[in-house]
Design a protein around this ligand. Structure first.
Ligand SMILES: NC(=O)CC[C@H](N)C(=O)O
Length: 451
């Protein structure tokens, strides 16, 4: 029997057809977490599952401006195929697009039939295998912030915050959100099966936060990836723009991507809880904190992946750029929320919303695992509201320095894999170079008339 005739695929096709679905949108994350996709007619689904959907490998390395970045295996190899196979176990109907379902795609290299070297999902799987070898099963809960923008014809940006309100942090309802964006979005994301649990308006006009429930790390990354794609899609459907850019406005706060992290041990118990341990935390939890802090400069390259990311940091932003940890302290990079027992966990507040969820989670787990393997203890936790550069080490303050830190962090780079690290550094250094060559409006205004 050929894979075309597999009873499993036939069953899926029959169910989709019975549900009135004639198109499946297969989406997968590229290196920077953009959702690449192809719409597949259901009649073609068996063939797509058997042979995969061919994409040009350089798509991974094509910038939003359309430049193709030369990365090993892409341009230099003549732009060969990568093959994307629909993962039908992740199928769900798109609640806002009748007749369409969506699923994730697995990115494979036709030359080896194995995962493509730069596939973010497979990178996370490889890190999870290393955690499993240590008897640990990471559990992750993502929290994401974003801005909703509406068209602003005649302005240079073309978009403005929707609506412009102040003082509306931790509110919900029509006063901060007259269009009821949050309520509509929450319900549709729930119907899509993304495990969203709560949402609220954030500090700045048009800024929202939605929290996703915790689950096993790959599932949490899949949901966070699909979440970002779905929120952007929903906003576009209404003529708006949802952006997960780290710091879209100089006069407003940035958007974070906070991660709640714990680990189950082989018995399924929370391996981060220990009533007898320092601060009620197990040795594994404390070592994980130490590992995250020790590798934070390199981790920033994944958690804060754009030249814009570093503008989010600063005093009073609740976006930490000092390398420290604290007990229920939101000014610290690693916050330990007050719950213990099954709820004992860490909250990493470093990441910004522009991070590729797979890379942020893989990098965080790799750093935590290195700490656990090294058995390091973290420093004394931060007390009080802390933005004191005399006390704590500081992160790299731009993307270029973070990329250098990633390259210099041999244990972390080894855990993430040489092929991935090389591709990522090449792509991102190209981004830094393009940014450095770009003449901004600010420069023109500052210099053109006076100098
Ligand atoms: N409510 C908050 O915790 C704000 C977080 C902040 N916006 C960040 O960038 O991380």
């Amino acid at each position: 029997m050929s894979a075309h005739d597999s009873p499993d695929i036939r069953r899926h096709v029959e169910r989709l057809t019975a549900d009135g679905i004639d198109v499946v949108r297969v989406i997968y994350p590229d290196l920077i977490g953009t959702d690449r996709a192809r719409d597949v007619l259901v009649d073609h689904l068996p063939s797509a599952c058997a042979h995969g959907l061919a994409f040009c490998r350089a798509v991974y390395h094509t910038t939003p401006q359309g430049d193709v970045v030369p990365v090993a295996g892409g341009l230099d190899a003549g732009l060969p195929d990568v093959c994307v196979r629909p993962d039908l176990s992740t199928l769900s109907a798109l609640p806002w697009e009748p007749g369409v379902a969506t699923c994730l795609g697995e990115v494979t290299d036709p030359a080896t039939s194995g995962p493509a070297a730069e596939s973010p999902r497979d990178l996370l799987r490889a890190v999870l295998d290393r955690c499993a070898a240590q008897g640990l099963r990471p559990v992750v809960g993502p929290e994401l912030e974003y801005f909703l923008l509406e068209p602003a014809p005649g302005t240079s940006a073309g978009w403005r915050r929707a609506p412009e309100v102040t003082g509306a942090v931790y509110t919900a309802g029509l006063r901060a959100d007259p269009g009821n964006h949050l309520l509509r979005t929450l319900r549709l994301l729930r119907d899509l099966g993304l495990g969203v649990i709560t949402g609220n308006h954030e500090f700045d006009g048009g800024q929202y936060e939605i929290n996703l429930t915790h689950s096993e790390a790959l599932d949490a990354a899949d949901r966070a990836f699909r979440f970002k794609a779905a929120v952007k899609e929903l906003a576009r459907k209404e003529g708006n723009l949802a952006t997960f850019m780290a710091k879209p406005f100089g006069d407003a706060g940035g958007s974070g991507f906070h991660l709640h992290l714990s680990c189950q041990d082989e018995e399924g118990d929370n391996a981060f809880d220990d009533p007898a341990g320092a601060h009620g935390l197990s040795a594994a939890a404390r070592h994980a904190v130490a590992g995250i802090l020790a590798h934070a400069p390199a981790l920033a390259a994944l958690a804060n992946p754009t030249v814009n990311s570093y503008k989010r940091f600063g005093p009073d932003t609740l976006a930490p750029w000092l390398i420290d940890w604290g007990l229920d302290n939101r000014s610290a990079m690693v916050r330990v929320p007050p719950e213990r027992g099954s709820g004992a966990r860490l909250e990493l507040r470093l990441g910004d919303a522009s991070a590729n969820p797979y890379l942020l989670i893989a990098g965080t787990l790799a750093a935590a695992l290195l700490g656990i393997q090294a058995g390091e203890e973290p420093p004394v936790p931060l007390e009080g509201y802390g933005y004191d550069t005399a006390r704590s080490a500081v992160l790299p303050m731009d993307l270029s320095a973070a990329l250098d830190a990633l390259e210099a962090d041999a244990p972390l780079a080894e855990l993430l894999g040489k092929d991935f690290t090389t591709s990522y550094l090449t792509y991102k250094r190209n981004e830094v170079e393009r940014f450095q060559r770009h003449v901004t409006d600010w420069e023109f205004t500052e210099y053109a008339y006076h100098l």
